[in-house]
Design a protein around this ligand. Sequence first.
Ligand code: UD1
Length: 425
Amino acid sequence: MERMVIGGRQRVSGELHVQGSKNLALPVLCACLLIPEPVVLTHCPLLSDVEETLAMLQTLGVFVKREGHTVFCDAKDAAPAKLSKEVTQGNRMSILLLGAMLSRFGCGEISYPGGCRIGKRPLDLHEQVFSRFGAELIALNDEMWACRKRRSAARISLPYPSVGATQNAILCACLSEGVSEISGAAKEPEVAGLCRFLIGAGAKIRGVGTSKLLIEGVKGLRGTRFAIEGDRIVAGTYLTAAAMSGGECLLHGVSPNRLGSYLEFLRRLGCEVSAKDESIRLRAPERLTSGLSVKTEPYPGFPTDLQPMAVGALCVARGDANVEETIFEERFAAAREMQKFGARLCIAPPNVSIHGVEKHFGARVQGRDLRGSAALLLMALCAQGESILEGVEYLNRGYEDIVRDMALLGCADIRKEEKKWGSYE
Ligand code: UD1
């Protein structure tokens, strides 16, 4: 168990290259199961979620090797195997690997995926996708078994643009016989990125980045090399840190359009944001101005993964605001914890109303999920006095080394401590 001790009143000032995207690396790794040839992934982030996904691939007989940020995979000798709870509980990728197994082997068996507790996270849309591709499903005691008797293409209309269900439909369609049509598809950059990876391996996909994908099945996919793009949520986190602390930063390696409407949100708070090619610069005013009402939406709308950070920014801004969470209804664990810093919030899911307060004070807080823990770290940087953040292990799921990155951005007064039982109160 680790905790972080964070000095208060730290102002962000600096520049860095943003790590590779977790949410793109994970589905791309799952898609490697479809390719019986060597694949090279560069700029692959060093994260516990990635390591756990590599372990699941190994269980399925995939050769994997990592050298720094480069990952080599070869699924030539892959074979069906059950993904048991020990390997599936860390993240949500077992459900995508079930789609990949159905595509490559025609059958698969998994324990239900773990991941952050940010709402109900049902799997009904994934099940609909598998059924449309001809799979028979048995779900019992948190385990799911699926078997596909035919390999024919499917027409699917998703009632909600789920990122994961769209990615599963893509995985199933690539090696099916005929042309599959997926309408109501999610348009997130991580869906488009998965398509680009598969196209590089020989898949035939049209409509990339739109809500209607047409996928002509091919007989087999070939080895390829692919660079994982910069992580838009990590970029959004650091931009928000600069905004909240009255600082400035320059981030490289992320296309500004990947942040959807989030850059506009930061501008409305009073920040100067300029973007060029793959770089984003932000300069914040001494104090942000609020008076906003925002709601999370599928891409290109306001991203739910940045909602906890946005709530943090509105806590320190001048004025009143309202944030509506339309995607994960229980994603307010961090907002509740922010009250310990002195934040004035009224949480009534799916809404949180916020009265901005100028001064916050160091506190001992508990992170309960990945993005929420990052938001609490940002609050701690702005507060007066030292804070203690517990639940640091969540951060390792999505941030390669947030202490290193914050030091590069001028906030060096953060240290990690190992929690030994009885060693501190
Ligand atoms: C992905 C991202 C996650 C992000 C989310 C929304 C990864 C690894 N994770 O998660 O960081 O927060 O997109 O942008 O890429 N739903 C159902 N039934 C289903 C599937 C989903 O009702 O079968 C609902 C969910 O409960 C949620 C909404 O659809 O309310 C969005 O979920 P989805 O887009 O599937 O998110 P994930 O792919 O799990």
